[in-house]
Design a protein around this ligand. Structure first.
Ligand SMILES: [Zn+2]
Ligand SMILES: [Zn+2]
Length: 100
């Protein structure tokens, strides 16, 4: 499954410091991950809000992204690393942080 960066995220909120923090918390990660885009080895700076490329109704997911891949002009569909795909992090706080 491929994902695309979807910057219009009205209504998504969480009590985490940032979406990157949100992703790390949900993965039990204590160090800053690399960007999720396959073959990109740059350190992530944000938690990007993405959707499945082929499904308008897919749930919002958070994946770590570097600044280049979080740019608003980066609208290509992309593959994510297997490690990221294995642990999808929902952007829906009701189903993630607040229930923990
Ligand atoms: Zn959170
Ligand atoms: Zn990247």
């Amino acid at each position: 499954m491929q994902f695309k960066n979807t910057p219009n995220t009205t209504g998504l909120t969480c009590n985490c410091t940032s979406w990157l923090d949100h992703w790390m918390k949900n993965n039990g990660s204590h160090s800053t991950p690399q960007c999720s885009v396959i073959q990109c080895t740059t350190k992530a700076v944000v938690g990007g809000r993405v959707k499945a490329c082929d499904d308008e109704h897919s749930p919002w997911l958070i994946v770590p992204l570097c600044s280049a891949h979080n740019a608003s002009h980066f609208t290509d569909c992309f593959d994510v690393k297997a490690s990221v795909r294995r642990n999808p992090v929902s952007a829906n706080a009701e189903k993630s942080c607040r229930k923990k």
